[in-house]
Design a protein around this ligand. Structure first.
Ligand SMILES: Nc1nc2c(ncn2[C@@H]2O[C@H](COP(=O)(O)OP(=O)(O)OP(=O)(O)O)[C@@H](O)[C@H]2O)c(=O)[nH]1
Ligand SMILES: [Mg+2]
Length: 300
């Protein structure tokens, strides 16, 4: 399928064109970028990152959120980042089974993406796949990543809004967590609120969220994902936060994305600082397309 055909297929909400586009991005980076250059990002869907410790209930939450949004008539795409660390391979299968009910619906798209080959967690391919889907017919894109090492921070770069999932059990470990987590969370979820210590965790996070490092309002929502408890509240919160998502919320994110892509080509003397400056001036222009914009920095 030619790029032109993919583009026209996407305009007709054609699932085959979506699949072709994603394979192109995965298998042929050059042509993937060419495809992205031709996409229209003027009405892009918000990307919601869901991250948290292994086993905190991210997939259960994603499943619940996606079901609720489907019921409301929204179209939802889910990318689950399949971590290459061996301890997680079993749970991915579990995730697939739990989500299988959703596979039946045309308004949902689910794909596991390998994080193989990336430096810190999310691959460039993943970023491009999410971007691509955001310019198709879906209303919301959810990305689940396990919060280990760098990946939380990266998901915050990729996502328009980031949900950090904690549990009452995580009480000790969260104290030890680097302050980075506070900065990336747009919402905290205390999942497994059926377990002891939930209220303590909620008030701890509330305290942290209103601490001196952060003047943003970061809501803390208790949930019991496997019982659909708190899912409405979380959904409402996400809806209201994403009202203002526009074409490229974060210049920092875009400058990093651009840097990665340019770095794959021959570099001029481009720095992320320079890209950040240039982006600030340009990315709010109507019809801005990052992939077209960065061409001028590539000299080959
Ligand atoms: N008690 C309780 N168990 C839950 C809740 N939510 C999820 N679980 C269970 O916790 C386990 C892990 O859930 P997952 O949704 O797979 O967690 P995850 O964060 O996606 O796990 P990884 O992808 O492996 O990091 C499963 O057995 C779920 O049924 C909850 O609110 N309360
Ligand atoms: Mg999972």
């Amino acid at each position: 399928m030619e790029i032109k055909e993919i583009i026209s297929g996407i305009k007709l909400d054609n699932a085959r064109a979506l699949a072709k586009g994603l394979s192109l991005i995965e298998n042929n980076p050059e042509r993937g970028i060419e495809l992205l250059r031709n996409m229209d990002f003027s009405n892009r869907a918000p990307i919601i990152g869901i991250t948290g410790a292994p086993g905190s209930g991210k997939s259960t939450l994603v499943n619940a959120l996606a079901s609720l949004w489907l019921e409301k008539g929204h179209k939802v795409a889910v990318l689950a980042v399949d971590p290459s660390s061996p301890f997680n391979t079993g749970s991915i299968l579990g995730d697939r089974l739990r989500m299988s009910r959703l596979f039946l619906n045309d308004n949902i798209f689910i794909r596991s993406v390998s994080s193989r080959g990336s430096l810190g967690g999310l691959s460039q391919t993943m970023v491009e796949m999410a971007d691509f889907i955001s310019a198709t017919w879906f209303d919301y894109i959810i990305i689940e990543t396990v919060g280990v090492g760098q990946s939380e921070v990266e998901i915050a770069g990729l996502a328009d809004k980031t949900v950090v999932v904690t549990t009452p059990e995580g009480g000790d470990s969260i104290q030890a967590m680097k302050s980075g987590l506070m900065e990336i969370a747009d919402v905290f979820v205390v999942n497994k609120s059926d377990l002891k210590g939930s209220e303590k965790m909620v008030s701890y996070l509330n305290e942290m969220a209103h601490g001196r490092f952060n003047d943003r309002e970061v809501p803390v929502i208790p949930t019991i994902a496997n019982e659909f408890d708190g899912i409405n509240e979380l959904s409402e919160q996400i809806f209201s936060m994403t009202q203002t998502v526009n074409n490229g919320k974060s210049v920092i994110l875009n400058s990093r994305k651009a840097y990665e892509i340019i770095a794959q080509h021959r570099m001029q003397d481009v720095t992320t600082a320079k890209l950040l400056e240039d982006l600030k001036a340009e990315q709010n222009n109507k019809g801005f397309n990052l992939y077209v914009w960065l061409e001028k920095y590539i000299n080959d």
